[in-house]
Design a binder for this molecule. Structure first.
Ligand code: AMP
Ligand code: ZN
Ligand code: FE
Ligand code: FE
Length: 308
């Protein structure tokens, strides 16, 4: 059994619907999928249904763009409670920032006398978490650029005239948010971000895993990150980062993560859940102090609570 734990749909900047994605995954011999749309869990409901229909196992996830010490990194959250109120509130805030970014990119295009309307981008994106690929597609659809590459090369690439930097949240806060929503936090495609120096800091901040296998990691890169995962006691994950037909060929099927890694992830989530239940004041330990500042001299909490 194999998994792909890094996938995007049209609920962020992918082109496949959940149903199409699940179909392609099944044809590639995958039996476990995680949806990791950018700043959104909007597609998780439809993906749950699509996977159930095909007998595939589904893991609800997200991909957050974060920074630490001036360096960008992407954090994947897995096994999330997709109804978690604070997670939904924060995602909604990031989605608002994304929509403002689209308006700003369109304003810059208009300033360059490219007559694109923000509403055309939102209509095409038809999701809460739009990004640059939607602006590129809208430019092509309006006949203002011939190809997506032309749209990026002329306007949208970093430091091109319509480029607007992307909001990044603090990586330590992103890890805490994922944990609060019941999830595991994993550093995505470390081989693309070239900031291995962050890994020890992230491990200290509670990072659970490292995406050692990725469609754009060479064999040597995967081995390098397997070594770092061992060194920093991080779990191992992998995924294709398929965005559908956005750029080149679809990447689904390029990573087949053996199921044994999924089993370990599930064990870690179960451990977390049982620890946090044990650490909930007055839940199973009526003699635990109910206020964090109250002296705990009567009975210290079990050591496992310190790392829950
Ligand atoms: P954003 O997160 O809004 O900054 O957009 C990043 C997305 O743009 C990623 O999914 C990239 O794959 C995509 N992208 C970057 N360059 C290009 C390009 N030349 N053609 C198509 N997509 C691109
Ligand atoms: Zn993307
Ligand atoms: Fe990413
Ligand atoms: Fe991704």
């Amino acid at each position: 059994m194999f998994a792909d734990l890094h996938l995007h749909t049209r609920f962020s900047d992918g082109t496949y619907s959940p149903e199409e994605l699940a179909g392609h995954a099944q044809r590639h011999g995958l039996s476990v999928l995680a949806l990791t749309d950018h700043d959104s869990v909007e597609g998780c409901g439809a993906m749950t249904t699509a996977c159930a229909r095909l007998g595939l196992e589904f893991i609800a996830g997200v991909e957050l763009t974060a920074e630490h010490d001036g360096a960008e990194l992407h954090l994947l959250g897995y096994f999330l409670d997709t109804q978690h109120p604070r997670l939904l509130r924060e995602l909604s805030r990031f989605q608002g920032v994304r929509q403002d970014r689209i308006r700003e990119m369109v304003a810059r295009l208009n300033h360059l006398r490219v007559p694109l309307e923000a509403e055309a981008v939102f209509a095409l994106a038809n999701c809460r978490s739009p990004g640059r690929p939607h602006v590129a597609r809208a430019l092509v659809q309006a006949g203002l650029c011939r190809t997506l590459d032309e749209a990026f090369d002329r306007f949208l690439k970093k430091h091109r005239p319509a480029w607007v930097p992307k909001f990044k949240m603090s990586a330590t806060q992103a890890i805490a948010l994922i944990h609060e929503a019941g999830g595991l936090a994993v550093m995505a495609h470390p081989g693309l971000n070239h900031n291995d120096r962050l890994i020890p800091h992230m491990a200290e901040a509670g990072l659970d895993g490292l995406e050692c296998y990725h469609s754009r990691h060479s064999l040597a890169a995967s081995e390098h990150y397997l070594g770092l995962a061992r060194k920093h006691v991080l779990l191992v994950t992998g995924g294709s980062d398929c965005h559908g037909m956005n750029r080149g060929r679809p990447l689904i099927g390029s990573v087949h993560l053996p199921y044994k890694y999924v089993v370990i992830l599930k064990e870690r989530v179960a451990q977390r859940k049982s620890r946090s239940a044990a650490c909930t004041p007055n839940a199973s330990r009526p003699d635990t102090p109910t206020h964090p500042l109250l002296p705990s001299a009567t009975k210290p909490p079990p050591p496992s609570c310190a790392v829950a």
